[in-house]
Design a binder for this molecule. Structure first.
Ligand code: C2E
Ligand code: MG
Ligand code: MG
Length: 696
């Protein structure tokens, strides 16, 4: 039985039967297992045989007295740790001193108080149990320390910040650094400069997420030499689950595998994960190949390949899975090219094919098609099947670039364009892409100043109750009046603001301006809500519920007067963060609409999974609904589904009476579109409201 659940066993030793009886009665009543004994000799034998948890020992006894018994118990390893409490009628200070000197832990005077005896017994049992735990832990610590010292592998212990606290002798033997030199430093002491920053980002991500990382690391030792090591790093967690430190174990791979100097140098040219050529060797080969092709007047193709949904695989299935996919992608690419071509991995999910001696662009296009097809095939992993897509940007030498930098950059521009057009496709670089890029740079520079130069404004488009015709709310739509180019559509500049990192600032301005305007209309007596578009990259940091609350409260607006329009791209990653944000925002009283429903990866599952208030059906479906039964069917299904889930439905882009009538028949509650009003500047909205007599 476990020591913590078994009843504590006590020996009581006294030559007077009445004393024994009294003690036995009161202790048995407390659920102790009590063994009464009448002499010191018997007590010693029983203690050796039974190892009781505590002994109550009378001092004055014929034969061996209590002191002598205790001295013998303490001299014997088997009984040394059993606590002894003396009981005696002698009560002067000298007796007590003798009792403690003999090894007793406590002293009770006769005639004794029942409560006192029980309290002292209980206290010493508890203390002894604690001591036993400490002794066991000490033994374990000594074992661990011995392992640490004799291990043939280098071991580093760090605190949670990564500062080295201890290293073992093998660490010093392998790296040349003494404990004095290493302690207080971080493992960067050994950094060789061999790995790109993504390597460390990936490493920390895995370690923080999975608590463990293992892999090859190239380290620089004290004498300046660089060696591949196999590192195994484990996070140490405290009782509260927080990471309290790390333990890193490593052995020298070169020594284990007997790598030659040349092999070590070669490894510097290849990607450790996939075994493919890395960026530096690719550039070297490309420089050389361009020279040869220039001399011979030959064509060279450069494919930049990006995986379409790799980030999601990493985030949802973990980095081990992500690594397996990358290795498999490498293998598939190698199988599609000739021996004279080069397959390189130059970034997280970026691969490059260098195709020498090409005959014509048509052949390159065919190969691109085959490469895409092989990457669309599902990847079969331990965790199940994964499908990812890929995009390819193609640059051809000599027309798309005469040097390595230009050629690589242009192939990359073509890749970005392929991705922007939905991915799963290949694109050749074209002159116009270069021009678009320059144009985009100009627009981005202008957009950076648009806010302070007051070129941005909001227009408002009514959202109408389709059954009563009442204006319920206003969607706030951003407008940019460019000083030279005139009005620029948000469809053009919002993506630029997003990629340039400007959307957080612009988005905050939109929300503030919308709320101020709404407060102004509220003062004039109109009860409406403002619906603002929020980009995925604003969430969660740029739209914190706390900030929204202080903004609306400051203006005297109820939270339900503010609606945030989000799009499905939000659900593609970071599911937990997004769900938490949605819950917090809605708990604070704000409402959330799902915009452009039906255009992206729309899934009815999203409607069930994420807490929302309404869905806005994209105008593509409304546009053709009168003629197309399919679109009507879809709208009918969305309305039914939303009804089931308690969500409102807003139809966008209503331009004709026939559409409004049909939508009403399909039980769609709300609508928006040119039929009711175009987006208007604020003053025009006031007169529209006046005309429609929307006053409450
Ligand atoms: P959205 O949120 O779906 O906005 C509706 C778009 O449909 C608006 O285009 C609106 O002018 C247009 N529209 C409304 N009724 C009709 C109609 O009957 N027929 C037609 N053909 N179009 C109609 P707009 O203003 O050009 O905005 C385009 C998109 O830009 C918006 O689509 C939204 O995604 C984005 N956007 C606008 N303002 C902001 C903003 O402040 N922040 C963010 N992140 N995105 C914004
Ligand atoms: Mg919208
Ligand atoms: Mg929309």
């Amino acid at each position: 039985m476990d020591a913590s659940t078994r009843r504590p066993s006590l020996l009581i030793v006294d030559d007077t039967p009445e004393n024994l009886n009294v003690l036995k009665r009161i202790l048995s009543a407390e659920d102790y297992e009590v063994r009464p004994l009448s002499s010191g000799e018997l007590a010693i034998r029983a203690a050796q045989a039974e190892a009781p948890d505590l002994i109550l020992l009378d001092i004055m006894m014929p034969g061996l007295d209590g002191y002598a018994v205790c001295v013998r118990l303490k001299a014997d390893a088997r009984t040394r740790d059993i606590p002894v409490i003396f009981i005696s009628a002698l009560s002067d200070a000298e007796d007590k001193v003798r009792a403690f000197a003999a090894g007793g832990v406590d002293y009770v005077s006769k005639p004794f108080q029942v409560d006192e005896v029980l309290a002292r017994v209980a206290t010493h049992l508890r203390l002894n149990a604690l001591q036993r735990t400490l002794r066991e832990q000490n033994a374990r610590l000594r074992e661990a320390a011995a392992l640490f010292d004799v291990s043939g592998e280098g071991i580093i212990l760090t605190d949670a910040q990564g500062v080295i606290r201890r290293v073992n002798p093998a660490f010093t033997r392998i790296t040349g650094y003494t404990p004095e030199e290493a302690i207080g430093q971080t493992p960067r002491l050994l950094k060789s400069g061999h790995h790109p920053p993504e390597f460390y980002a990936h490493f920390w991500n895995t370690l923080l997420k999975e608590g463990y990382w293992e892999g090859e690391v190239w380290n620089r030792y004290k004498d300046g030499s660089i060696h591949p090591q196999w590192d195994m790093i484990t996070a140490i967690r405290a009782d509260d689950g927080e990471i309290s430190g790390y333990v890193a174990q490593f052995s020298n791979v070169a020594r284990r595998h007997q790598l030659s100097e040349q092999e070590i140098r070669q490894r510097g040219n290849y990607d450790a994960l996939t075994g493919l050529v890395n960026r530096s060797l690719l550039l070297e080969r490309l420089t050389l190949a361009l020279k040869v092709h220039r001399r011979k007047g030959r064509l060279l193709g450069l494919f930049c390949i990006g995986l379409d949904r790799f980030k999601q695989v990493n985030e949802s299935l973990g980095y081990t899975c992500g690594d397996a996919v990358l290795r498999e992608v490498g293998a598939r690419l190698l199988a599609r090219v000739r021996d004279i071509d080069t397959v390189a991995r130059i970034g997280g999910d970026e691969f490059v094919l260098m195709l020498v001696d090409q005959t014509d662009p048509g052949a390159a296009e065919q190969l691109a098609r085959r490469v895409l097809a092989c990457l669309f095939e599902p990847f079969v992993l331990e965790q199940g099947r994964v499908e990812i897509g890929a995009s390819i940007g193609i640059g051809l030498f000599p027309e798309d670039g005469d040097d390595t930098d230009t050629l690589l950059r242009n192939a990359n521009i073509a890749l970005s364009r392929a991705k922007e057009h939905g991915g799963r496709q290949s694109r050749f670089f074209t002159e116009s892409m270069g021009r678009e890029l320059i144009e985009r740079h100009h627009l981005e520079a202008d957009l950076r100043q648009a806010l302070e130069r007051q070129q941005l404004s909001l227009h408002y488009q009514p959202i109408v109750d389709l059954h009563h015709g009442r204006i319920e709310g206003l969607e706030c739509l951003l407008r940019w009046q460019h000083p030279e180019r005139g009005a620029i559509s948000p469809a053009t500049f919002i993506p630029i603001a997003e990629s340039a990192g400007l959307i957080q600032e612009i988005g905050a301005w939109v929300i503030e301006t919308a709320c101020r305007q709404l407060a102004e209309w509220q003062r004039q007596g109109w009860t409406l809500y403002a619906s603002v578009n929020v980009s995925t990259s604003q969430i969660p940091h740029a739209v914190r519920p706390q900030w929204l609350l202080s903004l609306t409260q400051g203006l005297g607006l109820m939270p339900e007067r503010l609606v945030l329009e989000i799009t499905e791209s939000l659900f593609a990653s970071q599911t937990e963060i997004v769900t938490q944000w949605l819950h917090e925002v809605r708990a604070a009283g704000f409402r959330v609409y799902l915009d452009d429903f039906g255009t992206g990866y729309s899934s009815f599952l999203y409607l069930k999974t994420f807490p929302l208030d309404a869905v806005k059906i994209d105008r593509l479906f409304v546009r053709d609904m009168v003629e197309q039964e399919r679109d009507r069917g879809l709208i009918r299904a969305i309305v039914a589904m939303c009804d089931e889930l308690g969500l409102e439905v807003v139809a966008e882009g209503i331009e004709h009476e026939a559409q409004r009538r049909l939508l009403r028949e399909l039980a769609c509650g709300y609508g928006q579109g040119y039929l009711f009003s175009r987006p208007l500047p604020a003053p025009a909205v006031a007169s529209l409201l006046g005309r429609l007599a929307n006053r409450v």
